[in-house]
Design a protein around this ligand. Structure first.
Ligand SMILES: [Zn+2]
Length: 72
């Protein structure tokens, strides 16, 4: 019985791929739903009714925390 002859095989921990830059979240008004929706698709599309949204009517969505940081 041989013990301690070979070091235990070291397993490299699986490194998660560095996440690519997430698509910028934007918000816009859907003329069909008549409400403000968050859009993260390109081209912009309403997540509720899947209708295409006017790119020019979109505005960048800023998380409240980031907004606050900017004001400080
Ligand atoms: Zn919609």
């Amino acid at each position: 019985m041989l013990l301690g002859t070979a070091p235990p095989e070291r397993r490299k921990p699986k490194m998660p791929k560095p996440t690519a830059e997430p698509p910028a979240m934007r918000e816009g008004d859907c003329p069909f739903c008549e409400r403000t929706v968050l859009v993260y698709e390109e081209p912009p599309r309403c997540p509720l009714c899947a209708c295409p949204l006017d790119d020019t009517r979109m505005r960048p969505f800023v998380f409240p925390s980031e907004r606050q940081a900017e004001m400080d």
